[in-house]
Design a protein around this ligand. Structure first.
Ligand SMILES: O=C[C@H](O)COP(=O)(O)O
Length: 354
């Protein structure tokens, strides 16, 4: 395996020094360490409206300018791109959330997660035996047990979308039962959606209480809170909802369900990442970020990786703190890796998930 592939795909940094270095100088010492994920979990804090108030000003054009400069300035040399694409795969929640999902389809997806690349690509990249795989497979509740069974022993997590995904509009007791059922079937990550109306009504205490209850229902399973940012109308709403989710104990905040008309966008992602930074500075806890929905090209995945590295630093390029939620990204990455090796693209149908 080439040293570039080894370093960027599996650990070290090939993009130069980050602009900021918010490494965990004061991560809380006595916080619980997650068994399955091996990191200090965010215990949450009391809802602090004063702290939220201090975050109120969100300047959209400044965020857009920052995103434009990050994506323009990005120059990942051709030799390093393959390594960064492997990093994107390692930070992926490989997802199927379709109305026509079946156990068989989920089994095929899990087989793809265990062996994400064709043998000739693995050999060409020199990564035989490196086990570069998506971090998790993400499914609807009825397929959790199937995924757990298919992924047993692989180290790949099983994530379930819960709480009346994608709208979040059933009674809280029903949504909590959904979480408990998925945990009981073996999901160790739970992606919940918030009812967007609580944000429009500025019902922060109610939103906080709901997420606290969801976190309790998760137990050891990690909680990813989906904001449905395309529905939230303003970046200020996105920022405030991000803060409430983290204060209530979210392990990750996530942009979208993939079902809104606007899903993950870089300026919105940047607002959420800045909220993560502010929460870290206030509490010492590291919260993960998951952009999801509509991220389907290798090029887009590189933009997101650059944003994470430049805004939060290298630590946020690990799967315990960064995930792509994506159903078709892996297919494009595989095509780009083939191009990297052979200089040409194969037809989509040659790739198992196309
Ligand atoms: O959480 C993941 C998303 O639902 C996936 O969205 P996508 O199908 O647009 O990649």
């Amino acid at each position: 395996m080439s040293s570039t592939i080894r370093e960027a795909g599996l650990g070290a940094d090939r993009l130069g020094a980050p602009k900021v270095t918010p490494l965990p100088a004061r991560t809380a010492a006595n916080a619980p360490v997650s068994q399955a994920h091996g990191i200090v979990r965010n215990p949450g804090m009391k809802l602090d409206l004063g702290f939220m108030e201090s975050m109120r000003s969100v300047n959209r054009s400044a965020l857009e300018r920052r995103v434009a400069s990050l994506t323009k300035r990005r120059s990942i040399k051709a030799d390093n791109q393959a390594a960064w694409l492997l990093r994107a795969v390692a930070c992926m929640d490989l997802t199927t959330l379709n109305s026509n999902d079946t156990d068989e389809r989920v089994r095929r997806l899990c087989a793809k997660a265990v062996n994400p690349f064709r043998r000739d690509i693995v050999e060409g990249l020199g990564i035989t035996g490196e086990k570069i795989r998506p971090a998790a497979v993400c499914v609807y509740h009825p397929f959790v047990a199937t995924a757990v069974d298919a992924l047993r022993g692989s180290g790949i997590h099983v994530a379930a979308v819960s709480t009346a995904f994608p709208h979040g509009l059933t009674p809280l007791s029903t949504r909590l039962q959904e979480i408990e059922a998925s945990v009981s079937d073996g999901a160790d990550e739970i992606d919940v959606v918030i009812p967007r109306g609580l944000v429009f009504g500025a019902k922060w205490q109610e939103l906080y209480n709901e997420i606290v209850a969801m976190r309790a229902a998760c137990g050891e399973a990690h909680l990813k809170v989906i904001l449905g940012t395309g529905d939230l109308a303003t970046l200020r709403n996105v920022m405030l909802a991000s803060m409430v989710a983290m204060m209530a104990g979210a392990d990750f905040i996530k942009t979208s369900t993939g079902k809104e008309s606007v899903n993950a966008t870089l300026p919105v992602g940047l607002a959420m990442v800045r909220a993560i930074r502010a929460y870290f500075e206030e509490t010492g806890y590291l919260i993960g970020f998951k952009p999801a929905g509509g991220i389907s090209t290798a090029k887009a995945s590189l933009d997101w990786l650059v944003l994470m590295k430049e805004e939060l630093g290298r630590r946020w390029l690990e799967p315990d703190l960064f995930r792509f939620g994506a159903s078709s990204l892996l297919t494009d990455i595989e095509r780009q890796l083939e191009h990297h090796l052979t200089g040409h693209y194969s037809a989509n149908h040659r790739h198992a998930m196309a």
